[in-house]
Design a binder for this molecule. Sequence first.
Ligand SMILES: CCCCC/C=C\C/C=C\C/C=C\CC/C=C/C(=O)SCCNC(=O)CCNC(=O)[C@H](O)C(C)(C)COP(=O)(O)OP(=O)(O)OC[C@H]1O[C@@H](n2cnc3c(N)ncnc32)[C@H](O)[C@@H]1OP(=O)(O)O
Ligand SMILES: Cc1cc2nc3c(=O)[nH]c(=O)nc-3n(C[C@H](O)[C@H](O)[C@H](O)COP(=O)(O)OP(=O)(O)OC[C@H]3O[C@@H](n4cnc5c(N)ncnc54)[C@H](O)[C@@H]3O)c2cc1C
Length: 670
Amino acid sequence: MTSKNKINEDLANERRKCNFNIEEVTYILDGGKEKTLQRKKIEDVALNGGASVDDIPEEYLSARERYENAIRKSCIYTNIVKNEVLEITGIENYGSPVLRRTGDAFFKDISPFMLHLGMFVPSIIGQCTAEQQATWLPRALDMKIIGAYAQTELGHGTFIRGLETTATYDPETEEFVLHSPTITSYKWWAGGLGRTANHCTVVAQLYTQGKCHGTHLFIVQIRDLETHMPLPGVKVGEIGPRMGFNTADNGFLGFNNYRIPRMNMMMKNAQVLKDGTYVKAARHGKLTYGTMVFVRVTLVGEASFNLAKAVTIAVRYSAVRRQSELRPGSIEPQILDYPTQQHKLFICIATAHAFQLTASWLWNTFTAVQAEMKKGNVDTLPELHALSSCLKALSTSDATAYIEQCRFACGGHGYMLSSNLPFLYAFVVATRTYEGDYTVLLLQTARFLVKAWEQAESGKVVTPTVAYLNRHFTTNGKMIWDNSPEGIIRVFQSVAAGKISLCVRSIRNRITSGMDHEDAWLMTTVQLVNAAEAHCRSVILHTYWNEIVRLTKHSSDNVKTVLNQLVMLYLTYWALERTGDLLRYSTISENDIDLLQRQYEELLVKIRPNAVGLVDAFDIRDEILQSTLGSYDGRVYERLMEEVQKNPLNKEPVDPSFHKYLKPLMKSKI
Ligand SMILES: CCCCC/C=C\C/C=C\C/C=C\CC/C=C/C(=O)SCCNC(=O)CCNC(=O)[C@H](O)C(C)(C)COP(=O)(O)OP(=O)(O)OC[C@H]1O[C@@H](n2cnc3c(N)ncnc32)[C@H](O)[C@@H]1OP(=O)(O)O
Ligand SMILES: Cc1cc2nc3c(=O)[nH]c(=O)nc-3n(C[C@H](O)[C@H](O)[C@H](O)COP(=O)(O)OP(=O)(O)OC[C@H]3O[C@@H](n4cnc5c(N)ncnc54)[C@H](O)[C@@H]3O)c2cc1C
């Protein structure tokens, strides 16, 4: 074995200690053995040519070079996908999470094509008629046209109804005239729009026959396909440096009475006829928001995957890193042996599991709702919107906090870009804002919860995710504390019910004392966000536990044990985090809290020997991790030194600035 492929001895020891079958856990996380094998096959095809094709790491490049390099790699990857991977997966899997995951081997930051695949293509699939899909989809999937999703404007992101771009129908020419009437109406932020896209989905206020019908979606060509020049009437460019997303060429876009054919309005849910007659969406007023719901659903899996990457890096590093001494003269322990380090990291492993299983469950819910909607039934859409909103908000917010915790857990080296942790953080922190800000989305869930509360109060049976509200009206007093998983989940549901109940009371009291409904709601929004968070927490705890029970039914004993330890850690961790709520809404005592704390500390000890095995079970290839600290072989210090060799600043022993500036300064007299 050469030193290049030698496994660090501490890491090798950890793997010898691991007492469960790692592959079995990988299969569970991937959704079955077949899916794991398929993923591995795709990764082999996509990555064995050597994915990270950067001679100089992208962080050393200028903005121009970085963008060009990102385009170069996007094209290499797209060709691999088109020519080799789709033969295995089928074209329908173009946007699958596996391809998204494999793509991370090519980019530390983000591909300028991400929004094409992540939102432009889904908006064609979700918002176009079959005829329109036949026109646009094959060209988009074949990258003959490259698109972006231009919804947000300088003046409005959250409040979609406030968007100012107009699309006015002209029956004479059977065209829409797109216009940006103000500076604040300029599109701002759309990924891939600044330099890459030649088409985009534009969200604009639709006017026809002198009437505004609210926001609708349009497919708009913005650049010439041969020259890539912006078309006359289109003003487009890049918005400038930002925190992360620096290879995504986020752009701005304005229109000056720019004409597009009538058939470029995405007409699955509402139409404008040739004569200008508006045909309203028959089924539900918010179906044009469908692409956002789809992306929110996928973002829960994104949160899980990125957290899995961060904790893989931090746990492997913590097994290799030794620091301090417990007793004078004793060997320095691996930092993973510190309970405080375990406290930082094991919750991240459990959370990645919780989010992965919740993401799969949410995806199944999403596809079931889609199937119902195809039959014309939109009754389950409000629950999906409430669920996808709060799960997107919480998963991205928790993942952000825990990725940062993983970085802290790596001490100074966690700040090195080559650890990949700063990139992961910058990528994930944006997910808390885009596709619906954290607070705004929780308030959407709160609307649903208050309505569900009112239904339960009037004796109606409510939908499964809020069924605990029916129980709330049949039990008296605080929920009896019970330290079993089911008991903890019940208490969390009582906390949610209690908080929603307080919100309803506050709103009613405020209305009674003279406020109108809008002000009463506004004044209660701090509590409403809190209640929606509590509801979502209970959904995650419930789903995680249920899924582990279901998925480990036929597992080997040791796998069952370690996955149970993790889910218990998760439940106990959150019970301890929320002792205030538990004291308020359940009969938990001081003594019960002491027992919970002891249980938590014992779980850390039990999980410790399997920690490296657990992160190995995420099965994230080194090319995808792209981390000096987290590679499978644990050659942390060697990789940090190897990376230093790539630093252009080290190319010459003396920097030209010495002669230009430093030396004159040193020679100058005071
Ligand atoms: C290789 C493969 C690639 C895969 C890639 C994998 C993963 C990532 C993929 C892509 C992501 C990558 C990068 C993404 C970059 C970012 C993109 C963006 O950010 S795009 C812009 C996103 N913008 C937003 O999310 C805006 C947020 N705002 C809103 O959603 C709405 O304005 C808001 C806040 C919901 C309010 O809307 P409004 O029309 O004012 O509604 P009301 O509040 O008045 O509510 C009225 C009723 O409508 C219900 N409602 C609202 N939204 C929905 C919905 N979506 N569905 C169903 N129902 C909805 C609402 O609950 C009210 O109902 P009730 O009256 O209470 O019954
Ligand atoms: C990296 C990145 C990529 C993006 N990519 C795209 C893209 O491809 N396409 C696209 O169209 N957009 C994109 N966006 C825009 C993104 O969707 C919006 O920034 C996001 O939806 C938040 O909207 P906003 O910027 O208007 O925030 P604001 O709504 O102005 O939020 C500012 C503050 O006000 C609060 N607030 C706002 N409204 C309310 C309310 N009703 N109640 C209580 N509090 C409120 C928020 O909680 C927040 O604290 C991207 C953004 C980022 C950061």
